[in-house]
Ligand binder design. Structure first.
Ligand code: FNR
Length: 337
């Protein structure tokens, strides 16, 4: 899908989807880190029945593969986020919607997929509140606080950037231009765990913190009332050289033992075996970012459905081979480093 998307997309857009920040160290090693785990499969177990269904914050999904929030989806496909949502709905999965979405939350919600709003809390909290209200009204089921972005990661572009080609309205479709000044949208760089309570009080929704890479931070989020955390380094687009999520996951899982905080992970997950490793190490579900953008670019909503189903099929196959048919029973002893 990546190759097909590269053929189809304008070069600056393809580069924008693919790139990491600074020297590209974290983005470059994300997938390799998943591939470096080795399994210790069990034999002679009955694997005739495998059931991949689970729930995420109470929402049932057919496979533990969800779509991460990302921008510029209308550049990838004219249907943009609504097409992404339709593809996710057909696969009975769940969608993260970027606060920079180029489609209104109402149109995204109408596509029928369960979705969570990803929020960047910005300097002008009224702008953030406006967006939260719109998302609640359109049926968002949770708020994903992106916490790894006090400032935006530095991308090194040596060609025309994608932003030159972005049509007005294809970014921030959920804000009226008259309602804010550019400085209002600067990321809030003074956030503390209190913001978790603020977000859930203002919306009445559970809050999931995205960008956790340390066990002690996961604990701080849990103590502040987070319902979930996503182990993520933002697809290698924030601090370059950040630890890969495959490596960070075990420590975070350990820190959350004994809490009811749900644990998810993203970054570099490209195969069913990577999903298997993530689940065995304690994740309840994974998110995929770039693969969903490539799938949307290549084949619109049908591409997104196929991506999720294919990853589900690969996972089911790998689960049979690892000899542990119940997803809930996958455990770290199935993995060695
Ligand atoms: C992102 N990501 C992201 N995250 C977020 O919280 N808000 C956002 O608006 C975006 N936008 C965005 C755009 C693009 C083009 C990419 C590639 C990524 C990060 C995303 O949610 C996720 O953390 C990573 O993409 C996961 O890594 P993989 O699956 O892309 O390797």
């Amino acid at each position: 899908m990546e190759d097909a998307a590269a053929d189809k997309l304008p070069e600056p857009l393809h580069r924008y989807f693919k790139q990491g920040s600074a020297g590209g160290i974290s983005v470059g090693e994300a997938t390799a880190a998943w591939s470096s785990y080795r399994f210790r499969p069990r034999i002679l177990t009955d694997v005739s029945t495998v059931d991949l269904r689970t729930t995420v914050l109470g929402t049932p999904v057919d496979v533990p593969v969800l779509v991460a929030p990302s921008t510029l989806q209308r550049q990838a496909d004219p249907g943009g986020e609504a097409a992404m949502a339709a593809g996710v709905a057909a696969a009975n999965s769940l969608l993260g919607v970027s606060s920079n979405a180029g489609t209104t939350f109402a149109d995204i919600g109408a596509a029928g997929a369960p979705w969570w709003l990803q929020i960047y809390v910005v300097k002008n909290r009224n702008v953030t509140l406006h967006m939260l209200d719109a998302a609640v009204a359109a049926g968002a089921r949770a708020i994903v606080l992106t916490a790894d972005t006090p400032v935006v990661g530095r991308k090194e572009d040596d060609g025309p950037t994608v932003w030159e080609a972005v049509q007005p309205g294809h970014l921030l479709a959920n804000l009226e231009e008259d309602d804010y000044l550019p400085e209002d949208l600067a990321k809030a760089d003074d956030l503390t765990p209190d913001v978790i309570g603020w977000l859930s009080e203002r919306t009445g929704l559970p809050v999931v913190v995205k960008g956790v890479l340390r066990g002690d931070d996961a604990k701080r989020c849990a103590d502040a009332g987070a319902a979930g955390v996503i182990v993520s380094n933002h697809g290698g687009r924030q601090l370059d050289g950040s630890i890969s999520t495959a490596r960070a996951l075990p420590e975070v899982a350990e820190a959350l033992v004994g809490t009811d905080v749900e644990l998810y992970v993203d970054g570099g997950i490209r195969r069913g075996e990577h999903v298997l490793a993530a689940l065995a190490l304690g994740a309840r579900a994974v998110f995929v970012g770039r693969p969903a953008l490539w799938a949307l670019s290549v084949a619109g909503s049908a591409g997104v459905t196929r991506l999720i189903r294919d990853l589900g099929d690969e996972l089911e196959h790998a689960i049979r081979l690892v000899g542990c048919p119940r997803v809930a029973d996958l455990s770290p002893d199935l993995i060695t480093r």
